[in-house]
Design a protein around this ligand. Structure first.
Ligand SMILES: Cc1cc2nc3c(=O)[nH]c(=O)nc-3n(C[C@H](O)[C@H](O)[C@H](O)COP(=O)(O)OP(=O)(O)OC[C@H]3O[C@@H](n4cnc5c(N)ncnc54)[C@H](O)[C@@H]3O)c2cc1C
Length: 378
C-alpha cells in the first residue's frame, strides 16, 4: 500500500525519535535499568507528550481517532527502533475489547491511561487453559452489587505495571465450556490480588496472578456477563495484526543491523557482503520481509474499511508468517555476524530473544495453522 504524505511523515518522525532516544545499547540500558525493565516509563511519557499513543483509539474518548494503518506505523517503527515499550501492544489488545464492549466510563478510563503512557493488561490464560482457553476455571460470583473473584491466572503481560487487568472469569459452570464466561475490569492494586513475576529469558514481562476474594463492583463487567467468549472471538484479528506488525518491525531491524555489519566486516581481504552466500541470504530475507509488510498493511486497510470480522484467515496468516519471519531474520542475522552476533554489545542476541515468544503468544502458531486449515475446509 501507499502511505499518505501524513503517514509517511509520521513514520519518519518515529524513526528519527527512536534513532535519537534508544538506538544504542547504553541508551536502552539507561531507560530499562540495565535491561531489567521491559517498559520504560520515561519513554512512554515522551511518546505521550508527542501524542503518538492510542492513535487508533476513538477521538470521542480522548484517543487519536486515526485507523489501524496509523497504529501499525507506530507499532512497526517503535519495534524497529527497539523502543522499550513492549507492553504498549498488550495494552492495545486489552483496549480493543473495552472499545468494542465497554461502558463509556471504562472507555474513557482506558483511553486516558493509554494516551498518558500508562499501561493496561489482559489476563486470559490459566495454568490449565492455554491454547484451549475454554478451560478457564477462575471463578467469579455475583454477590449483591459486586463480584467476588477467586482463582489463578498466568502469563499475564505487564500486570505488575498496569493500571487495570481485564480478567476472563467463569461465572456459570452449567453450560458448555464456551458459555458462562464474564470479563471483569480489575484494578491491578485490588485487595486480595497477588502478582508474582514469572522469570523468563527476557526482562520482567509476564506474571502469575492469584485472586483471593477480590471484589469489584458490578459495573466492572465488560460487555455482557456470561457471554465473554463471543466478545473475545471478535477481537482476535486485531490482536494478531498487532503481533504481526511488531514482528515486521523486529525483522526489519535484524536485517538492517545484519546489512550494516556485513558491509563493514572484512575476511579473506574483502567485506563479507561480497560473498554470494551472504548476499543471497540477505536478498531472501529482504524479500520475505517486504512481502510480509505489504500483507500486514493490506490487512490493516481492510480492518479500517470495516471488514475485520471476515478476516480470520488473513489475521492468522499475518500472525503466523510475520512471527516466523522475524525469528528467522534474527537467527540468520546472528549467524551472519559470526561471534559478534552472540555478544550483548552488537544487540542481535536481544533480537533473537525477543523473536521467540511471539510465535507462542496470541494463539500459538500451531493454532493459527489450525484456523487457516479450517478456513480452507479441512
Ligand atoms: C511472553 C508471553 C506473554 C504472554 N502474554 C499473555 C497475556 O498478556 N495474557 C494472556 O492471557 N496470555 C498471555 N500469554 C499466554 C499465551 O497466550 C499462551 O502461552 C499460549 O496461548 C499457549 O498456551 P500454553 O502456554 O498453555 O501452551 P499449550 O496450549 O499447552 O500448548 C503447548 C504446545 O502444544 C501445542 N498445541 C496445543 N493445542 C494444539 C492443537 N490443537 N494442535 C496443535 N498443537 C497444539 C501448542 O501450539 C504448543 O506448541 C503469554 C505467553 C508468553 C510466552
Amino acid at each position: 500500500m501507499q502511505f499518505t504524505d501524513e503517514q509517511q511523515q509520521f513514520a519518519n518522525a518515529i524513526r528519527k525519535f527512536c534513532d535519537a532516544e534508544c538506538s544504542t545499547l547504553s541508551q536502552r540500558d539507561l531507560l530499562t535499568e540495565n535491561g531489567t525493565l521491559a517498559n520504560s516509563p520515561a519513554l512512554l511519557k515522551k511518546f505521550s507528550k508527542l501524542g503518538w499513543l492510542g492513535v487508533s483509539l476513538p477521538e470521542e474518548f480522548g484517543g487519536g481517532g486515526a485507523g489501524m494503518v496509523d497504529e501499525c506505523i507506530f507499532l512497526e517503527e517503535t519495534s524497529r527502533g527497539l523502543a522499550p515499550i513492549t507492553a504498549y501492544s498488550s495494552s492495545l489488545t486489552a483496549a480493543q475489547t473495552y472499545m468494542r464492549y465497554g461502558t463509556d466510563e471504562q472507555k474513557k478510563t482506558v483511553v486516558a491511561n493509554m494516551t498518558a503512557g500508562k499501561l493496561e493488561s489482559i489476563a486470559l490464560s490459566e495454568p490449565g487453559a492455554g491454547s484451549d482457553l475454554g478451560g478457564v476455571r477462575i471463578k467469579s460470583e455475583r454477590v449483591g452489587d459486586h463480584y467476588v473473584i477467586n482463582g489463578q491466572k498466568t502469563w499475564t503481560s505487564a500486570a505488575h505495571v498496569a493500571e487495570n487487568i481485564l480478567v476472563l472469569t467463569r461465572e456459570d459452570t452449567s453450560g458448555s465450556k464456551h458459555q458462562g464466561l464474564t470479563l471483569l475490569m480489575v484494578p491491578a492494586n485490588a485487595p486480595g490480588l497477588k502478582i508474582h513475576e514469572i522469570r523468563t529469558m527476557e526482562a520482567h514481562t509476564v506474571n502469575d496472578l492469584y485472586f483471593t476474594d477480590v471484589e469489584v463492583p458490578v459495573d466492572a463487567v465488560v460487555g455482557e456477563p456470561r457471554n465473554a467468549w463471543k466478545h473475545l472471538m471478535r477481537g482476535l484479528n486485531v490482536e494478531r495484526l498487532i503481533i504481526a506488525t511488531m514482528s515486521i518491525g523486529a525483522a526489519q531491524r535484524s536485517l538492517d543491523d545484519a546489512i550494516a555489519f556485513v558491509k563493514e566486516r572484512e575476511q579473506f581481504g574483502r567485506t563479507i557482503s561480497s560473498f554470494q552466500a551472504i548476499r543471497h541470504r540477505i536478498a531472501d530475507l529482504a524479500t520475505e520481509i517486504e512481502y510480509c509488510r505489504t500483507f500486514v498493511y493490506h490487512v490493516a486497510e481492510r480492518i479500517d474499511a470495516g471488514e475485520e470480522d471476515s478476516l480470520d484467515r488473513q489475521g492468522s496468516m499475518a500472525k503466523l508468517k510475520c512471527t516466523e519471519v522475524a525469528k528467522k531474520a534474527a537467527l540468520e542475522a546472528m549467524q551472519m555476524m559470526g561471534g559478534y552476533g552472540y555478544t550483548r554489545e552488537y544487540g542481535m542476541e536481544e533480537q533473537v530473544r525477543r523473536s521467540l515468544a511471539p510465535p507462542i503468544y496470541g494463539g500459538t502458531n500451531e493454532i493459527q495453522r489450525e484456523i487457516i486449515s479450517k478456513s480452507l475446509g479441512l
